[in-house]
Ligand binder design. Structure first.
Ligand code: ZN
Length: 329
């Protein structure tokens, strides 16, 4: 946008002088869209100056088409319906509002428990396997054969070097894939650089290629890293794979790329909500046990055995709750 156009679009008196010129009616073509664009180009940088780096990183990470899919899922079928808890988490995560949760996490020296931390501390494997299942289901639906390595919690390093899913499209070589969900706004990432979220996916892709590409090529296979961001962004390799599957649609059977994307967006949101629930539950349990070891005030010291049993009751209660949650998963 050049002067005097820029000035005319951002200043009221210049606007009048510039656009009221009846000899230059062409100037006002698509004026509404240009005004909106000018507003964005001026206001957004201004707004970002006033917000914290973490908030800016979240806003920028969420500026993706795939992120918005979740909020469009509402009118579809039963499988796309999120539970109240999942919606509550998704809204809180989108807006940066804290859920009711302890200040400290139960992991590594009790670091601060933030919303960003809830999605990458615990249950990453379940979320990963949920997404992997969807890809395999899509392939089956389109008659594409697959072989998969399901990740297990206590797997050794060698087993983890195998790709997650290998697709056999038949018309060309097998496609090896590795599924990863990363949090672009994780504090450890932003600590290095305030814009680190912008290249988080690319960094991860390169890392995965170093790990798998040569081995895949040895076999004559291709390799696609499938990188999801916790804020919803999906890398273009994911779309390429979905397009490959969609082209296999025969007659009346098959899914559109948009439906598969939506399915993945919902699965990701569910996986995030589950990760957050587990992280928060563990932090609550840790908080309860540290609270319980504080010495009691003198007045109630006579009932030390009673308070001890109360403490154990509380712990077993928390344990039971967690077990129940794990069973539900
Ligand atoms: Zn943690």
């Amino acid at each position: 946008m050049d002067w005097p156009e820029k000035k005319a679009l951002t200043n009221l008196s210049s606007f009048y002088l510039y656009f009221a010129d009846v000899d230059q009616t062409k100037r006002s073509d698509r004026l509404q869209a240009r005004l909106a664009a000018a507003y964005r180009s001026v206001q957004i940088p201004e707004l970002k100056k006033r917000l914290s780096p973490g908030t800016v990183a979240r806003m920028e990470s969420r500026a993706s088409r795939a992120t918005t899919l979740l909020w469009k899922a509402y009118p579809l079928t039963q499988e796309f319906a999120l539970t109240d808890e999942e919606v509550r988490f998704s809204v809180a995560y989108a807006t940066g509002q804290r859920l009711d949760m302890p200040d400290r996490c139960s992991c590594a020296r009790g670091i601060e428990l933030t919303m960003e931390h809830t999605v990458y501390c615990a249950e990453k494997l379940t979320r990963h396997n949920m997404i992997q299942d969807r890809f395999v289901a899509f392939a089956r639906f389109h008659g594409v054969h697959t072989r998969q390595n399901v990740r297990l919690p206590n797997q050794d390093a060698d087993a983890r070097l195998e790709p997650d899913v290998i697709f056999y499209p038949g018309t060309f070589g097998p496609v090896q894939t590795d599924i990863t969900v990363i949090n672009p706004c994780a504090p450890f990432r932003l600590k290095h650089h305030r814009n680190a979220h912008k290249w988080a996916t690319t960094t991860k892709k390169r890392e995965k290629e170093r790990k798998y590409l040569a081995k895949a090529q040895e076999k004559g296979d291709s390799f696609k890293p499938l990188v999801f961001e916790t804020h919803g962004k999906m890398d273009k390799e994911i779309y390429n794979l979905l397009e490959m599957l969609a082209t296999r649609t025969t007659f009346d059977r098959g899914l559109a790329v948009t439906d598969m994307k939506l399915d993945l967006a919902v699965t990701l949101a569910r996986g995030n909500a589950l990760a957050a629930r587990t992280t928060i539950a563990r932090a609550q349990r840790a908080r309860d046990s540290t609270r319980a070891v504080h010495p009691l005030p003198a007045a109630s010291s006579s009932s030390s055995t009673k308070s001890k049993s109360r403490f154990f009751n509380r712990r077993t209660k928390a344990n039971k709750q967690q077990q129940r949650q794990q069973q539900q998963q």
